[in-house]
Design a protein around this ligand. Sequence first.
Ligand code: KIV
Length: 270
Amino acid sequence: MSIHSKKSVKNITVSTIRGMKSVEPITMITAYDALFAKLFDKSVEMILVGDSLNMSFSGKSDTLSANMELMLYHTRAVCRGASRPLIVFDMPFGSYTSEDLALKNATRIYRESDAQALKIEGGKERANIIKVLTQNSVAVMGHIGLMPQFVRSEGGYKIKGKDEKNIASLVEDAKAIEAAGAFAIVIEGVKCEAAKAITDAVSIPTIGIGAGLDVDGQVLVWSDMFGFFEDFKPKFVKQYLDGAKLIRDAVDVYVDEVKSKKFPSDEFTY
Ligand code: KIV
C-alpha cells in the first residue's frame, strides 16, 4: 500500500523515509518559498530547501555564496507553506567546516525553523561531522557524487562513478555516511552502475538526481523541472511544464490589455 493511501499518515518523518527503502520510490522536490511549498505539500514525501536557490532564485553563478541567514529565511517560508512532507535544510558552503561549527549551526536551524533534517555534501571525509550531529539528535541526509559546493575546487561540475575505482570510493563514502548515522543519501550526477552499487551497499534510502532509476527515490529542482530556469538544462532534467513560456505569454496578454485599455473591465472594477 502506498503511503498516499494510508489515511493515518499525516506528517512524514525520518522513520517514514527510512521505511520506504525497497518498498516504494521516494519523491523529493526543492522549494524556496511558502507559495510553491503549499503546491507540493500533498504530493511529495520530502521538500529540500536547496542551496540551488542561490542560482535559480538569486541569480548567482553557483551555490557558494548562500549563507545561513539566506537559507533560514527560505526554510521558514517553506515550513509555513508545507506541513506534510519532511523538510530538509541544505547546509550552505562553509557552515559545517568543523564539528563545533556544524553543531552550532544545526542547533540554530532546529531552534529558528521547523526543518526536520539537514543535508551535508561530502563523503567519508565528512563522516565525523555527520556523526557529531546525529549523536546530538540532528537528522542528517548525506550528499555524494557531483557536489555543487565543490564546483570551484574541482574546476566544474563533474559526473562521477565512471570507473571501478571511483565506484568503490563512492560506495565507501556511502557506507561511512550510513555508519555515521545519516537517514538517507542524495546521489547526484553519477553513472547508473555507480548509483546501483551504492544503493545495494547501504540500508538507508538513496535519492538520485542524474543517477538513473536504480535508486530509492528521486529529487529535482522545481525551477528546472517546471521550465523556469533557462540558463542551462542538465541532461537529467525532465521538463514537466514550460513555465517560462506560460508566464511570458500571460505577461504579454496583461501588457496588451493594459495598453489597449481592456483591463480592468467592469468585471474587475468596484
Ligand atoms: O541544492 C539543491 O537543490 C540540491 C539538489 C540538487 C539535491 O542539493
